[in-house]
Design a protein around this ligand. Sequence first.
Ligand SMILES: NC(=O)C1=CN([C@@H]2O[C@H](COP(=O)(O)OP(=O)(O)OC[C@H]3O[C@@H](n4cnc5c(N)ncnc54)[C@H](O)[C@@H]3O)[C@@H](O)[C@H]2O)C=CC1
Ligand SMILES: O=C(O)C(=O)[C@H](O)COP(=O)(O)O
Length: 378
Amino acid sequence: MKILVDENMPYARELFSRLGDVKAVPGRPIPEQELNDADALMVRSVTKVNAQLLEGKPVRFVGTATAGTDHVDDAWLAQAGIGFSAAPGCNAIAVVEYVFSALLLLAERDGFTLTDRTVGIVGVGNVGSRLQARLEALGVRTLLCDPPRADRGDDGDFLPLETLVRDADILTFHTPLFKDGPYKTHHLADEALIRSLKPGAILINACRGPVVDNAALLARLEAGQRLSVVLDVWEPEPDLNLALLARVDIGTAHIAGYTLEGKARGTTQVFEAFSEFIGQRQQVALDTLLPAPAFGRLTLHGPLDQATLKSLVHLVYDVRRDDAPLRAVAGQAGEFDKLRKHYQERREWSSLYIQCDDADAAALLAKLGFNAVHHPAR
Ligand SMILES: NC(=O)C1=CN([C@@H]2O[C@H](COP(=O)(O)OP(=O)(O)OC[C@H]3O[C@@H](n4cnc5c(N)ncnc54)[C@H](O)[C@@H]3O)[C@@H](O)[C@H]2O)C=CC1
Ligand SMILES: O=C(O)C(=O)[C@H](O)COP(=O)(O)O
């Protein structure tokens, strides 16, 4: 059995070779001749999976090691009898930590305290709900918008998008990309929405580029609207608008979800789904795959304030590490994808073991997702 895997999928060769012959290939563009004798295809978000790619090919299963599935025509796969699995939630923690890294940076630069700000979260799924939990643990007020969940009667105080636009100081988008339908998210942040944001607001998009109308955003920034912007995703990718990149406060190459843990979870989730699909069910413990992190352990003396939290967060991941390289190469053919392919290892906060002599600091850091314990000073 031949299993084609995207070369940007850590641990794929190691895992899938338990089930068949593995060939690693680029995802954009994917070498289509490799599909002529492939039984299974494991992709990431850069590969469009549809009839045009797979009609008449022997592929019986497609896995995508991603949370988003807008690159996959799952309705066509279903009618063609091709099995399909995504990796919901695999990189949600990574995206949350990206957002925190950006917010703590802007807070220090602009001299504000996060607990004095209200954060509007649009899309309260795997990413949005974890972001809400961590912000609330820190004492930050959140406002939530998720019409599909509200319509399903899920627990939660879901508000109309207009309320978030009116009341939030920070508006962050974590929805799928729906091009149409009752919950359409394409250009959800349009000119009118952007214009209505509070003066000095922060707009974050770490879901899919077209959820924010990039041309309208650029026009508002060029018109002098007081707005800070964090963009991890662009309209379009990989050929983002250079004028927009020059105007945003933080700009990165669609790497918010790129922790090693997040990517490894993506690979293991599709591996487990495929093993089940072929009747050879296997499960993988993530910690058997991951290497030891660069920072093992540290001691925190005294209480946790915002500046200390920023130091800890940025010790693990500082978003500037990804902003500068994008600005350096944007506009050069192939460089956006190269940044993503050769991504420097990044870990999650849980990889940092922190001994705190202050019990409240330990409890808060643990709630935020660090591996923190209280260890009284002697
Ligand atoms: N930048 C990156 O590296 C990453 C980007 N993503 C993107 O972020 C999206 C969200 O990720 P997850 O939270 O894991 O997905 P999820 O599917 O768990 O959550 C999405 C939430 O958005 C809600 N939603 C759908 N339509 C909406 C609308 N019109 N208005 C408001 N809410 C709406 C859904 O009901 C759901 O609760 C993914 O679909 C993916 O496109 C995800 C991971 C990494
Ligand atoms: O999971 C998702 O959805 C994402 O956006 C991924 O983090 C994107 O990574 P690639 O699949 O494009 O490598």
